[in-house]
Design a protein around this ligand. Structure first.
Ligand code: KIV
Length: 291
């Protein structure tokens, strides 16, 4: 499969073909997504929760994200690789934002970076990163890095104020140079209006019909424990299947059923005889020494 490029994504968008994005945070996850033929792999900062066990996306560091991004890059042959820049790595200045984005490109091989938010300072960061030659995916609606300021992990664009802000920010990120926009937890009707307005593709997550969709792999595979967001659809029960498989392994180890003969190597008669002779020699020496 040829490597997915921005012109290919633009063509898909123009022809109305939905763009498929999914998260991956390691080599096997990226391999599976790539083999499944997704267009875009996102090394999301959702890794903070689903891989690293933090209780939000806020604590994850650039260095932690880079380890995951490099592994995902090694597993991605065809898909377009987007990496989230974590909270705190772009907030201080445009120069800091460029420095962070450059690290994701140089050290992890990212094709693009994703930035949350559409306020004026965020637009300035997008402009700066794009002017450094790095493609940017914007992220609006529910932006988990700043969920506290939004009043929690709640849908956006359901009130006059948040709908107005969303439209304004969507125009802003497009004008700032983002080539694609992720919209999270937004009413489908608002997404439809944004699609009419923008030239760039909108990838939705909990945003109804869009130019593409993204889900967190651990949610769709059924690895995430407990309640997931309303917009998650589970396509497998990998978490339960994995726990059952490891419980079966533990039971077989305890009962002696594993390993079976087919999991064992065999020695030649000569190797066995040599090992026995070496043991006998050692025992004889110990007897001589009286130990
Ligand atoms: O971090 C992430 O996985 C994301 C998606 C939910 C879009 O930003």
């Amino acid at each position: 499969m040829p490597r997915v490029t921005i012109p290919m994504l633009v063509r898909k968008h123009e022809s109305g073909e939905p763009i498929v994005m999914v998260t991956a945070y390691d080599f096997p996850g990226a391999r599976v997504a790539d083999r499944a033929g997704v267009d875009m792999v996102l090394v999301g900062d959702s890794a903070a929760q689903v891989v690293l066990g933090y209780d939000s996306t806020v604590p994850v560091s650039t260095d932690e994200m880079l380890v995951l991004a490099r592994a995902a890059r090694r597993g991605t042959e065809s898909a377009f690789l987007v990496c989230d820049v974590p909270f705190g790595s772009t907030e201080i200045s445009d120069a800091q934002a460029i420095e962070t984005a450059v690290r994701f490109v140089k050290e992890a091989g990212a094709d693009a970076v994703k930035l949350e938010g559409g306020s004026e300072p965020r637009l300035s960061r997008i402009r700066a990163i794009v002017s450094a030659g790095i493609p940017v995916v914007a992220h609006l609606g529910l932006t988990p890095q700043t969920a506290t300021a939004l009043g929690g992990l709640r849908a956006q664009g359901r009130t006059e104020a948040t709908a107005t802000r969303l439209v304004r920010e969507a125009r802003g990120v497009q004008e700032a140079g983002a080539f694609c926009l992720v919209v999270e937890a937004v009413p489908a009707e608002i997404t439809a209006l944004l699609r009419d307005e923008l030239r760039i593709p909108i990838i939705g997550i909990g945003a109804g019909e869009a130019d593409g969709q993204v889900l967190v792999a651990h949610d769709l595979l059924g690895i995430t424990e407990g309640r997931t967001a309303k917009f998650v659809k589970r396509y497998a029960q990998v978490g339960e299947d994995s726990a059952a498989a490891i419980a079966a392994y533990a039971a077989e180890v305890r009962s002696g059923a594993f390993p079976a003969p087919e999991h064992c190597y065999t020695a030649t008669a000569e190797a066995l005889a040599a090992a026995r002779a070496e043991l006998d020699r050692g025992r004889a020496e110990r007897l001589d020494r009286g130990s």
